[in-house]
Design a binder for this molecule. Structure first.
Ligand SMILES: *Cc1c(COP(=O)(O)O)cnc(C)c1O
Length: 436
């Protein structure tokens, strides 16, 4: 009897790639994220294509990560070139890319040193440890953070984050963190205790929907910290890396403010845009603070991470930095960001029944919607307004990031062009027309 050759199964009549990918997730991926029903296959610059071939303008930037957009040829080249030489060797040894990236970042900020990690939460963890080491011998350990802040999802991160929703179900929360209303200097002064070692704030609060620190707040915190021998930390994970129009948001916020020359925090965390999509985080420590050589306080054996600052990650981050400088992308974030912000302000004027306000600066922007019940197009669904808006924008070919119940963030690539900004505004306008 002749052996039958196994035949491949016939192709399904309709093959829904989106449903297939989604089913893989549903079966195999821990469902911690409320994902949108979109699956992407590739991108180029500020455009992404889903598995059906539909094109989207990406003004979300992978949540402020894709600083040079998608599939930037020079980043691809840097990845390939470095991976042919060396991907990982561990932090038992020296290698050039980490040293060079550290120098480049220090040169962009101020004298101090860098520690490399893999994410924003991990970068912040290093700052909490720095605060504890700094205060240890005096029995100080406490880190004060802001109400509505966001600092990551590790146990330390949720303790530091000033939002109940991230803590719920994970008690007991790590002790040593307290939250104080943002942009309220008097509240911070009142909250200081003999146990306080550091204050940590975002230069521009991101996750909650874009709220910049005021210049008075930043300067006041610096003075408060100097008076009380407390460290001042800035979480620059989302607002940093040129998104504001300057390397760090505090530099932009304090531009032209009398008395702000020489303002520096004592520590600063970075991630998101730093690697342009390659996972890398870092924190900078100021050379000296309160008479202590702060940048050498975390000595050998006190802190570490296996993957931190690999040759591959550092080579990519260096290339990102080089391109941002060469192509003047901080200026682009400032000017194209101002154009977007003007456009949003204009839409707020034209659609007061749908939009409450526009907020933010550079390429860290948001608009706030009216209550769901007040918006005719949204009233029939009980989904929150931010999600309904983002879904409508998806249908119209635009990617944005929802924040809470009523805000929508724009965190585009730093090389977003004027024409794409115009295209984005036109899509938002069309959707506003359809729901008002
Ligand atoms: C995203 C974010 C973090 C956490 O970064 P991960 O890389 O997700 O750990 C921390 N702080 C701020 C301000 C962020 O926006």
């Amino acid at each position: 009897m002749k052996e039958l050759l196994p035949l491949p199964p016939p192709p399904p009549l309709v093959h829904d790639q989106q449903a297939t990918v989604r089913a893989l997730f549903d079966r195999n991926v821990v469902p911690t994220y409320g994902r949108f029903d979109l699956a992407f296959s590739h991108g180029a610059g500020s455009y992404l294509w889903d598995v059906h071939g539909k094109r989207y303008l990406d003004l979300g930037g992978g949540i402020a990560v894709c600083s040079l957009g998608h599939a930037h040829p020079e980043i691809t080249e840097a990845l390939v070139a470095q991976s042919r030489k060396l991907v990982h060797i561990s932090n038992l040894y020296y290698h050039e890319p980490q040293g060079r990236l550290a120098e480049a970042l220090v040169n962009h900020l101020a004298p101090g040193k860098m520690f490399f990690a893999n994410s924003g939460a991990e970068a912040n963890e290093g700052l909490y440890k720095l605060a504890r080491k700094f205060g240890h011998d005096e029995g100080r350990f406490e880190v004060l953070t802001a109400v509505n802040s966001f600092h990551g999802r590790t146990l330390g991160g949720i303790a530091a984050t000033g939002q109940d929703k991230v803590k719920k179900g994970f008690e007991p929360i790590i002790p040593g963190f307290r939250h104080v209303p943002f942009n309220d200097l008097a509240a911070m002064r009142a909250a200081l205790s003999p146990a306080t070692a550091a204050i940590l704030i975002e230069g521009i609060q991101g996750e909650i929907g874009v709220t910049p620190a005021t210049p008075e707040y930043l300067l006041g915190l610096r003075q408060l910290c100097d008076e009380h021998r407390v460290l001042l930390f800035i979480d620059g994970v989302q607002c940093g890396h040129f998104r504001s129009g300057r390397f760090q948001s505090f530099q932009r916020i304090l531009e032209g403010i009398p008395g702000a020359e020489g303002f520096l925090p004592d520590g600063l965390s970075m991630a998101k845009s730093l690697g342009g999509g390659f996972p890398i985080g870092a924190f900078w420590v100021r050379q000296e603070a309160h008479g202590v050589p702060l940048c050498d306080l975390l000595g050998p054996g006190t802190h570490g991470t296996t993957y931190g600052g690999t040759p591959l990650g550092c080579a990519v981050a260096l290339k990102v930095l080089e391109i941002i400088d060469r192509d003047h992308l901080a200026d682009n974030a400032r000017h194209t960001g101002a154009f977007l912000r003007d456009g949003l302000d204009h839409l707020v004027q034209r659609f007061p029944g749908v939009l409450k306000n526009a907020r933010g600066l550079g390429f860290m922007l948001a608009f706030e919607l009216q209550n769901r019940e007040a918006i005719p197009g949204f009233a029939s669904s009980d989904k929150v307004a931010s999600l309904q808006m983002v879904n409508r924008l998806h249908a119209a070919g635009l990617l944005t990031i929802p924040s809470g119940t009523q805000r929508v963030r724009l965190l585009p690539a730093l090389n977003l062009g004027r024409a794409q900004a115009e295209e984005g505004l036109a899509i938002i306008e069309r959707v506003l027309q359809s729901v008002r």
